[in-house]
Write a protein that binds this ligand. Structure first.
Ligand code: APR
Ligand code: PHB
Length: 387
């Protein structure tokens, strides 16, 4: 087999890149380890920056998002002294789109099917070859047969646990990491959302987040110790705990009910540099991981896709974009990495937190509550810095 761009991974990064490149007349083959159903079963975050909305329009798969998504013009931060609103539109004239990543992935698959894109599922034994030579190619197993895919470029969109990052020689890679001493227990429930906008709560018992997917589907998270197991949390225990952490009026009026998904995710900040090695480009979670606090995971993957798409479209007449990809992408990656770390640090209770740390954290929240310029700075990062 031969194609122009081999894409490893059929998650949001790989599918969006494939969609954009094919619409620009560049041939791709997506190699995905899992089944389509498994990819679509993943529950992830649900806040899209304006840049992501624009890219989905450019990819021709924004129609359902525009029908079913919910523009949000602000969010609430809650402390034990009450809650206050961060008004995105007042601060920077923008808003975010609340629309689940699962739905984005559904829409991307539907768009890929509509253009007859080549996506191979249940591939295994993926190995990248000749990344710095003249004959880059990928070998893999599919349908029990050993296969070879020759290509001009390889996009490593295979997430944190994929093969692409590790295909860059260890002595070339520089990795930066911070692992947080807690996780997020997340639940999905067919209940009316607790409020009309997201509520991020800093509570002495720990962080909580009240989010949503639609008027009838709510998404909640609470900070839990890394030793906790999701199955040890009954629905009743979860609802009791999150109602202790959310503002009293919200807790008293929120609808509870059976959870339809319950899982615990660890939190980490991670970046690998460079994001390019010869013919291989790292995209999305293959290159970086952010704690979910700032809802940056999917949005950061989309900005990587944007930079790589532009570079590969230009590559037939100039390699300037290809050569600048890593530096250009990393500049935005570190901006989102800092913001996600900052939001995580002001909203969670750290096990080794000193009383001094606690006072500093409270002051950070008071500055946000009392200073419009501080809320503007937060809003600009939350809605997404320009690509
Ligand atoms: N070969 C082929 N496919 C692979 C391999 C492999 N060796 N390893 C992993 N994959 C596939 C996974 O099955 C997954 O479908 O690559 C895909 C990577 O998708 P994501 O992990 O979703 O990463 P990405 O597409 O960059 O999207 C980033 O997704 O997980 C969220 O929080 C993350 O919001 C962020 C977004
Ligand atoms: C979600 O709805 O899943 C969500 C929203 C905002 C976040 C994280 C997760 O910061």
């Amino acid at each position: 087999m031969r194609t122009q761009v081999a894409i490893i991974g059929g998650g949001p990064s790989g599918l969006l890149l494939s969609q954009l490149l094919n619409r620009a007349g560049i041939a791709t083959v997506v190699l995905e380890r899992s089944t389509r159903d498994h990819v679509l079963s993943r529950i992830r975050a649900g806040v899209l920056e304006q840049g992501t909305v624009r890219m989905l329009h450019e990819a021709g798969c924004a129609d359902r998002m525009m029908r079913e998504g919910h523009p949000h013009h602000g969010c609430y931060l809650s402390t034990d002294q009450g809650r206050f609103r961060v008004d995105f539109t007042e601060a920077c004239g923008q808003e975010v789109m609340v629309y689940g990543q699962t739905e984005v992935t559904h829409d991307l698959y539907d768009a890929q099917d509509a253009i007859g894109a080549t996506i191979l599922h249940e591939v295994s034994d993926v190995v990248l070859h000749d990344l710095t030579g003249d004959h880059p190619h990928v070998t893999f197993t599919h349908g029990g047969q050993a296969q070879r895919l020759d290509c001009d470029w390889i996009a490593g969109c295979d997430g944190f646990h994929g093969v692409s990052r590790k295909s860059i020689p260890e002595h070339v890679r520089q990795e930066f990491e911070r692992v947080y001493p807690f996780g997020w227990l997340g639940v999905l429930s067919r209940t009316k959302p607790a409020a009309e906008e997201l509520i991020y709560a800093n509570h002495p018992r720990g962080f909580a987040l009240a989010s949503m997917r639609s008027e009838h589907l709510s998404r909640y998270y609470i900070q839990v110790p890394l030793t906790d197991k999701a199955e040890a949390w009954s629905d009743e225990a979860f609802w009791t705990e999150i109602r202790r952490r959310l503002p009293g009026d919200v807790a008293d009026s929120m609808e509870t009910g059976p959870t339809i998904e319950k899982s615990i995710a660890p939190l980490r900040s991670f970046v690998t540099e460079p994001m390019r090695w010869g013919r291989l480009f790292l995209v999305g979670d293959a290159a970086h991981i952010v704690p979910p606090t700032g809802a940056k995971g999917l949005n950061l993957a989309v900005s990587d896709v944007h930079y790589l798409y532009e570079a590969l479209v230009e590559a037939h007449r100039s390699l300037r974009g290809v050569e600048a990809y890593s530096e250009r992408a990393l500049k935005r990656v570190w901006g989102a990495m800092r913001f996600s770390w900052w939001m995580t640090s002001i909203l969670h209770r750290f096990p080794d937190q000193s009383e001094f740390d606690q006072k500093i954290q409270e002051n950070e929240l008071h500055i946000l509550r009392d200073m419009p310029s501080a809320r503007e700075t937060m809003a600009r990062s939350y809605v997404g810095l320009p690509f």
